[in-house]
Design a protein around this ligand. Structure first.
Ligand code: SAM
Length: 247
């Protein structure tokens, strides 16, 4: 018997009545918010987001000649760094369900792009040296299915890198997060991009606040066949989860 599904957060009834409506809601939100996404990310990361993503890819061992699948590639912030490090634009592939995001990605990057979801990867098994996912595990239906797929498409010895935002440990850090990510960022997004950009950032914050704990994510990685997954925290809120498919 297969284990129960593991959604990354409970149903958020402020946005949709049931989880069945969630993929359509999320897709529409990213389609409409896509033109503002890179700007919002620059503001949110105070200009450091691109360099940070590249550093984490280097730290997980991405080198020239490796094949990378960047799931939930969005406008390609992780993908561009992966293509640079792997040394050829066709070694890094981006996958995303949102046509709006893929359109924005195509303006900035020559890498191959595929429309699809992390839970059903349209690739043969044992194909990639690295699967990356930046700030998107909160959007999938079932973390177990997602991580099973990652293991399947990775070569033996291949690695997975998940970047995510996590609530800080301290009460003061959580209050600061609430102020910046819950109020300032959606407010600036509204001024710049109107309702579509503000909705994207409101939803972003609600899913971060309601996301399952890091221990649950690590345990799901372990269950999916990544025996010793690790989590590193940068700046109190940036979580980097890493795992390796055994050789
Ligand atoms: C916050 S953006 C992240 C973009 C990029 N990875 C980054 O680091 O900035 C989240 C992306 O996840 C995508 N997404 C939503 N549901 C998904 C799913 N089930 N599988 C893969 N990607 C999904 C969205 O379309 C969106 O482009």
């Amino acid at each position: 018997m297969s284990p129960d599904p593991l959604p990354p957060h409970p149903t958020l009834e402020r946005y949709y009545a049931s989880d069945a409506e969630r993929p359509e809601f999320v897709n529409d939100m990213f389609d409409k918010g896509a033109p503002y996404y890179e700007w919002v990310c620059r503001v949110m990361s105070l200009g450091t987001g691109g360099q940070y993503r590249k550093r984490t890819l280097g730290a997980v061992g991405l080198e020239k000649g490796m094949r990378v699948l960047d799931v939930a590639t969005g406008t390609g912030l992780v993908l561009r760094a992966a293509a640079e490090l792997s040394g050829a634009s066709n070694l890094a592939i981006g996958l995303d369900p949102s046509s709006g995001m893929l359109l924005e990605c195509r303006k900035r990057c020559a890498a191959p792009l595929v429309q699809g979801r992390g839970e059903h990867l349209p690739f043969a098994s044992d194909r990639f040296d690295l699967v990356s996912m930046g700030y998107a595990l909160r959007h999938v239906a079932d973390l177990r299915v997602l991580f099973d797929e990652y293991r399947r498409v990775l070569k033996p010895g291949g690695r997975v890198l998940l970047l995510e935002l996590t609530q800080p440990q301290s009460a003061a850090g959580r209050r600061l997060n609430q102020l910046f990510l819950g109020t300032v960022v959606p407010g600036l997004a509204r001024l710049w991009g109107g309702a579509a950009a503000a909705r994207m950032m409101d939803y972003f914050w609600d899913t971060v606040k309601n996301c399952v704990s890091p221990d649950v994510i690590l345990s799901a990685l372990r269950d999916a066949g990544f025996p010793e997954p690790t989590r590193t925290v940068t700046g109190g809120i940036l979580s980097e989860y890493r795992g390796m498919r055994p050789r």
